[in-house]
Design a protein around this ligand. Structure first.
Ligand SMILES: *[C@@H]1O[C@H](CO)[C@@H](O)[C@H](O)[C@H]1NC(C)=O
Ligand SMILES: *[C@@H]1O[C@H](CO)[C@@H](O)[C@H](O)[C@H]1NC(C)=O
Length: 470
C-alpha cells in the first residue's frame, strides 16, 4: 500500500435501522461503537495512525486474547478443529495466532479507511482500446462450448437435474484444458425435467444479449441493500454505453419496493436495469449470486467486458476508466484485488469457520481435495509464485471476456458448486491448476491492491446479520 491518500470520509452512517450490520456479522456492535467514536472525534485517520494502532494491538495481543477467551471459546474450538498448517502467516498477523486480532485489525482498517489514489486517465475521451483486446492478439485463443443438456438413461430414478450438472471427476480434470472443448459451466438442463433454475424473462434475455460492456450485481434473499453508484464519479459516456444490470429475486424486489425503490416504467431503479431471476438454482442461498458473479460471459453473450460488483460495496469510479487502468494498461484479461491482509488460504478458512460462514467439515473436505491435488501453502518468499496472494477480495472483478478468462470463470464456478460457497477457498486452486495444466497458454490475471479496490468499490456492509453456514 504505497501512495495512501488521507481520506476525509469517516464511516458511512447507515440508515438501515437496527438490523444493519457491518461487514462481519459477529462484529456489529463493535463496529457501531466505532462509528460513533469516529463521528465524535471528527479527525482524519491516516494510514500511519492505523499502523501504529495495529502494532500496539499486536503488542497487547496476548492479554486481549486471554481476556476474551471465554467469550470466544466455543468459536475458537470450532476453528481449531479445522486446518492444520498455520505456519503460513500474513503480514501483520505474524505475532498472533488469534483470529480475534484479525477482527480488530479489520475494524481498524475500516475505521482508518485507507484507500489509494489510482492513476486513472484524466477522462474517457482519451480512451483507445488496444489491438490486443480487439483481436485477442496476445491472448490464448480457443473456443469454448458449454454443456446445456444432460441426457438421462431410463431407469435412473435417483436422477435429479442440477443447474451445475453432474460433472464427473474425469470431466472436471479435462475441463481445465485451454483448448476447443465443451464443458460444464452452469445452465445445465435435462430434457423432460423442469428447469434447473436461474430463469429469465425472454425480454430481459434479449436486452442482455445486446450489452457490450456490463456492470452488474445481484441481490437474492434480500441479503443486501440497493447501492446506487456514485454518479458524480461516472462519466456520461459510461452511463450511455454500459449496461448496468441488477439481478434480483421476487422477494428481494419486494423488499426494495417496500423501501421506496421501485423500478420505473422502463424497469430501472436509478442506473440499474432490474432483471428478475425466477427459480433460484441452489438451496444453499449464498451460492445463487455466484451464478451471476462468475457466469457473466454466459449471461451476456455479446459482452466483451464485464465488471462484477457486490452489493455490499458502492461503485465509486468510472467503469470505462477501470477497464482502461486494470485491463488495457496492464494487458490483463482478469483483474481482482488482494485481500486486505491475508494471503494464506488456511488462515482464511479458519476465519470463515470462526465466523460460521462455513462448517469445519465442509472446509476440511475442500482443502483436503486441493492438497491432494498438489495445492501447497502460499509461500510469500517464493519468487516463482503464480499469484501474489492466494486470497482475493472478490467483491469486484473486472474482466475481458477472452477464452482464458471465460474458462477460468467456469472452472472456478464449478469448484464453488462442488464444494463450499466461499469462493475465496477455490480461487487459488482453480488458478494454479489452470496454469499447471496449460503451461504454454498464458493467462493474464492481475491482482491489484485492496486499497485500490476500496477506492473503486466502497465497503458498506451487508443487510442481513445472519452468518451463513452450509
Ligand atoms: C503482442 O504480440 C506481438 C507478436 O505477436 C508482439 O510483437 C507484441 O509486443 C505483443 N504485445 C504485447 C503488449 O505483449
Ligand atoms: C477451434 O475452434 C475454432 C473456432 O471454432 C477453429 O477455428 C479452430 O480451428 C479450432 N481449433 C482446433 C485445434 O480444432
Amino acid at each position: 500500500m504505497t501512495s495512501v491518500k488521507q481520506n476525509s470520509e469517516l464511516l458511512p452512517v447507515r440508515r438501515g435501522g437496527p438490523g444493519s450490520i457491518f461487514d462481519y456479522p459477529g462484529y456489529f456492535r463493535v463496529a457501531s461503537r466505532g462509528r460513533r467514536f469516529g463521528r465524535f472525534i471528527k479527525m482524519r485517520f491516516s494510514y500511519s495512525v492505523f499502523v501504529l494502532a495495529a502494532l500496539v494491538l499486536i503488542y497487547f495481543a496476548p492479554c486481549g486474547f486471554k481476556a476474551s477467551f471465554h467469550v470466544t471459546q466455543e468459536a475458537q474450538q470450532g476453528s481449531s478443529n479445522v486446518v492444520k498448517p498455520p505456519d503460513c502467516k500474513s503480514n501483520l498477523l505474524v505475532l498472533s495466532n488469534v483470529i480475534l486480532i484479525d477482527h480488530i485489525l479489520f475494524l481498524l482498517l475500516v475505521l482508518c479507511y485507507p484507500s489509494c489514489k489510482i492513476d486513472f486517465l484524466e477522462s474517457v475521451n482519451d480512451l483507445v482500446e488496444p489491438k490486443d483486446f480487439t483481436d485477442f492478439r496476445n491472448f490464448t485463443k480457443f473456443s469454448l462450448e458449454y454443456i446445456d443438456k444432460e441426457y438421462v438413461s431410463f431407469g435412473t430414478n435417483m436422477y435429479k437435474p442440477r443447474f451445475g450438472g453432474h460433472q464427473t471427476l474425469q470431466e472436471r480434470e479435462e475441463s481445465f484444458y485451454a483448448k476447443n472443448h465443451t464443458l460444464h459451466c452452469g445452465f445445465v438442463n435435462a430434457p423432460g425435467f423442469s428447469s434447473t433454475g436461474f430463469d429469465l424473462d425472454e425480454k430481459d434475455k434479449k436486452f442482455m444479449s445486446t450489452c457490450k460492456i456490463v456492470v452488474y450485481s445481484a441481490i437474492f434473499g434480500s441479503f443486501d441493500f440497493l447501492r446506487k453508484p456514485a454518479k458524480n464519479k461516472i462519466s456520461d459516456f459510461s452511463l450511455e454505453n454500459i449496461c448496468f444490470v441488477l439481478f434480483v429475486d421476487e422477494n428481494s424486489l419486494s423488499t426494495l419496493s417496500s423501501e421506496g425503490n421501485n423500478p420505473d416504467d422502463r424497469g430501472y431503479i436509478d442506473v440499474w436495469r432490474i432483471v428478475i431471476v425466477g427459480n433460484l438454482p441452489f438451496d444453499n442461498m449464498p451460492k445463487n449470486p455466484k451464478v451471476a458473479k462468475f457466469l457473466g460471459h454466459r449471461l451476456f453473450p455479446s459482452a466483451r467486458y464485464s465488471i462484477w460488483i457486490d452489493m455490499k460495496v458502492r461503485l465509486e469510479a468510472d467503469p470505462m476508466l477501470m477497464i482502461e487502468r486494470f485491463l488495457w494498461k496492464t494487458r490483463s484479461e482478469y483483474a481482482i484485488s488482494n485481500h486486505y491482509v491475508r494471503y494464506c488460504l488456511w488462515e482464511e478458512v479458519a476465519r470463515n469457520v470462526f465466523l460460521k460462514k462455513v462448517t469445519a467439515t465442509a472446509a476440511n473436505e475442500q482443502l483436503k481435495a486441493y492438497q491432494s491435488d498438489g495445492l501447497t501453502k502460499f509461500d510469500p518468499s517464493n519468487p516463482n509464485n503464480l499469484l501474489p496472494s492466494y486470497n482475493p477480495e472478490s467483491c469486484l472483478i473486472i474482466r475481458a471476456h477472452t477464452p482464458m478468462s471465460n474458462l477460468y470463470s467456469c472452472v472456478w464456478f464449478n469448484e464453488v458448486v462442488r464444494f463450499t460457497n466461499r469462493d475465496q477457498l477455490s480461487y487459488a486452486y482453480a488458478y494454479v491448476k489452470l496454469r499447471r495444466m496449460n503451461p504454454n497458454s498464458p493467462f493474464y490475471l492481475h491482482m491489484f491492491k485492496d486499497c485500490e479496490r476500496r477506492t473503486m468499490a466502497k465497503p458498506l456492509g451487508h443487510r442481513l446479520p445472519h452468518a451463513v453456514v452450509q
